[in-house]
Design a protein around this ligand. Sequence first.
Ligand code: FAD
Ligand code: EPU
Length: 335
Amino acid sequence: MINIRQEVPLLLYNTFGVPATASVFVESDDATELADFVRSLPDPSSAFLLGGGSNVLFVSNRCEMVIHPVIKGIEVTAETDDDVWVRAGAGEAWDDFVSWCVTRNYAGVENLSYIPGTVGASPIQNIGAYGTEAKETIETVEAVEKTTGQTVIFNNQQCQFDYRDSFFKKNKGKYLITAVQFKLSKRFEPNVKYADLKTELVRNTHMTMENIRQAVISIRSQKLPDPAELGNAGSFFKNPTINTAKSREICELDPQAPLYPVSHEYWKMSAAWLIQHCGWKGTQDGNVGAHKRQPIVIVNYGGATGKEVLDFAQKIIDSVDRKFGIRLEPEINVV
Ligand code: FAD
Ligand code: EPU
């Protein structure tokens, strides 16, 4: 059922907790109804799709049209002795979906426990954590092309998944994701490559999916600020890729610097390390700051506007660039 409201404050709809207003706010749990509504708009591409608001920063005070899909449902669509295909509505909370899978011993998303947001947003930046990315289990993405109202089904390859990237992120505003189908495994194999996870699980002799889920929740709760207490959208920046010459410069400063090879010429570097080494960790500038345990996370200490957050992020970008010659890119979506 479609629900259209005017002049809706978005403060409680974004985990940064910054103010903005939607002139029109549209909510529906029905994919066909949403497709018809979007097609009827004079400028469908300008309607902003909002999930849980955990990866957005509202910088302008006003959004003309916000569409908030609340399409629910998690169902098994096919299975074999080894695998199971599960389809989830875009409006399901991501972590409810993970919990649903873990409870049934369907493996593949347990390392992605406790990531805020919705199932519908999971393909957008190919969410990732603790050695797993959503692209490893996403089989198909069901979407409505906003300008035509047509349903399009993307297979995994067509989604063009990459680190914090996808076809949908590159083609911002063009599609409304209504459901995602995942291929999960009935044969659980623990993935404990990530150093923090290995350390957290060291006491467990019997490795279960539930143990991994609880370990991930425990690490995340210790490291990351809870948006209910301190506004934030997780990592504000992506971890940059640097070349071997730059990686050598960094190693001269700190032989233990967190660098991970991505090819024989390129390295993934920790943005948190770069930000910390520019002196930002735990700082506060007006209403905003870089978190005291994880400086890649910009926090709203209370009353910040989106513009203040963005200006602070720019100061970090400039100082990292000045000191290391590396330009950080935002991970979050600025609206
Ligand atoms: P929103 O923030 O509402 O939207 C994000 C983008 O997706 C926007 O561009 C929006 O237009 C688009 N979008 C949303 N729904 C749809 C839809 N149905 N159709 C089309 N477009 C849509 N991310 C990680 O990858 N790994 C992490 O470990 C992680 N940890 C986090 C920890 C914290 C404390 C927080 C606050 C955030 C974290 N994030 C992490 C970021 C965030 O949780 C993810 O990006 C998540 O997928 C965003 O989901 P959302 O529903 O809140 O999307
Ligand atoms: N580090 C520092 N100083 C700090 C914190 C970390 O130098 O204060 C260095 C450490 O060397 C540490 C390394 O950074 O080993 C990596 O830190 P962490 O394990 O916290 O991960 P991250 O690279 O900062 C990424 C994702 C997170 C995801 C975690 C776990 C990005 C941009 N961020 O963070 O995703 O949860 O790994 O896999 O890739 C998000 O996208 O919003 C997000 C939170």
